[in-house]
Design a protein around this ligand. Structure first.
Ligand SMILES: Cc1ncc(COP(=O)(O)O)c(C=O)c1O
Length: 472
């Protein structure tokens, strides 16, 4: 029997029960006291597959609608052919290169294609890998910076105990994790109203002989804005001329590295800059693949110290592997390749442009309301953020607007900016493939309506105490 449809029709009623099944019906007609709400331990005996299906299905009914989740950067829509490839390959383990040599070869195709998109000077002499997402890709980029620095220091007999990494205070949490997990001092350059992103200003104060690298973000998580990588590289050139410290850059292009090649091809942020040693991205963000794939590529094979590379057996020979995970899904890699083949440059450009058009439409509409001021407008990556206009009201804040919109199904987070600007609350929309202009029109109408509702309040909304930070 086929599972109930997504409207949540259950086995206890109508067609399903009439079809003569007992499994799902049992999930709902159990003896008193036998109902289990949340399971934190495994039962001695299991239940019918159909009943278990129904419970899992029902427990997730209160999850938000992924397409209306405008908080996430991660793809929530792919076409039918992609679904078909996914269904044909969800059992493939990426690490089994000997067993799935074609999948392994396709992974290589992908990172070579990506190296080309990032203007790698010699695509044949580069190295890269797929990962589970940007977080793993950033970890690998950071590890390569650390090892390169350690090797250079060993070479001249200097100590290696106190490496540091320089980044903006608005980095994604993965960089805090990297520094914590791998014993690297995180040197945060605070963002401010004058310097809302890392831009090379004052960098010399942070660099010393223990600096393993600088992280530049293409598509800052809070506002979607690009950090000017070329300007950061120029600041590091000046520092090198003065001090001799040769500090490489890792570009965290989780979102922007799959936007800039298509929408801003003349912007110089990638391997055109010699100082950029490695770049990472999320295939599952603007790479347009479902969750579970990231990529990291090094400028040349020399930028990745050889002792970080392991070999796995491959067609009777060996193949380099450098991911942190051993097993991970191969299907998403195939989906990435499918999109490269299907869309080509022009297809990617058209999709990213459509998202950007929607972002610009929405940001213009929101920016036109008295209640709000834009922090960004979506002209870098199709992501933008806004704040409440200073002095506009003392009756409500952006968290209240977020709640009001959630009642209508929209998931649009409000959150504080990072350290040094934390008193500033912003709200952000991530426009992804699948958020059409028609949906955007409805969204804007709801934002206008809910803002008018809040503005008409005669007494202030209750305010919650501090909440945990928002990290994506
Ligand atoms: C700038 C940046 N880096 C890294 C990450 C982590 O990416 P992933 O979720 O693919 O691990 C994100 C996620 O939003 C991000 O915005």
């Amino acid at each position: 029997m086929t599972p109930p449809d997504s409207t949540g029709s259950t086995g206890s009623t109508g067609a399903t029960a009439a079809a003569g099944s007992t499994g799902a019906a049992q999930a709902f007609h159990r003896p008193p006291g036998a109902a289990v709400s949340r399971r934190h331990s495994i039962a001695d005996t299991g239940m019918e597959a159909e009943a278990a299906y129904q419970l899992v299905h029902d427990e997730t009914m209160l999850d938000g609608n992924a397409r209306l989740n405008l908080a996430t950067f991660v793809s929530t829509w792919m076409d039918d052919y992609a679904d078909k490839i996914y269904a044909e390959s969800y059992d493939k383990n990426m690490i089994d290169k000997d067993e799935y040599p074609q999948t392994a070869a396709i992974e290589e195709n992908c990172w070579h294609i990506i190296a080309g998109l990032w203007n790698c000077p010699d695509v044949a002499n580069t190295i890269g890998t797929s990962t589970i997402g940007s977080s793993e890709a950033c970890m690998l980029g950071g590890l390569a910076l650390k090892r390169r620095w350690q090797l250079a220091r060993h070479h001249v007999g200097k100590p290696t105990g106190r490496p540091n990494l320089i980044m903006s205070s608005a980095v994604q949490v993965v960089w805090e994790k990297f520094c914590n997990y791998w014993d690297v001092e995180a040197r945060y350059v605070p963002i401010s109203a004058e310097h809302p992103v890392l831009d090379g200003h004052d960098l010399a104060r942070y660099v010393d002989e223990n600096t393993i690298g600088v992280v530049a973000i293409m598509g800052q998580t809070y506002t979607g804005t690009y950090e000017p990588v070329q300007q950061i590289a120029a600041a590091l050139d000046a520092i090198q001329a003065k001090t001799g410290y040769d500090v490489p850059i890792h570009v965290d292009g989780a979102s922007g590295a799959m936007i800039a090649p298509f929408l801003q091809p003349d912007l110089v942020w990638d391997f055109r800059l010699e100082r950029v040693h490695s770049i990472s991205t999320s295939g599952h963000k603007y790479g347009l693949v479902y969750p579970g794939v990231g990529w990291v590529v090094w400028r040349t094979a020399d930028c990745l110290p050889a002792d970080l590379i392991f070999d796995v057996s491959y067609l009777g020979g060996s193949m380099p592997t450098l991911a942190l995970n051993f097993s991970r899904p191969g299907a998403q890699v195939l989906l990435q390749y499918y999109l490269f083949l299907h869309l080509g440059r022009e297809g990617y450009r058209a999709i990213q442009q459509a998202s950007q058009d929607v972002a610009l439409y929405l940001s213009a509409g929101i920016g036109a309301l008295d209640a709000f001021e834009l922090c960004s407008d979506g002209s870098d990556i199709p992501v933008f953020a806004w704040r409440q206009t200073e002095g506009h009201t003392d009756k409500w804040n952006l968290y209240h607007l977020s709640d009001r919109l959630r009642m209508k199904g929209w998931q649009i987070p409000a959150y504080p900016m990072p350290a040094d600007l934390e008193e500033l609350t912003v709200q952000r929309i991530v426009v992804r493939n699948g958020l059409s202009m028609d949906i955007a029109e409805d969204l804007l109408a709801d934002i206008v309506e809910e803002t008018a509702y809040l503005d008409a309040l005669e007494t202030p909304m209750p305010v919650e105490g501090p909440t945990a930070g928002f990290h994506h």
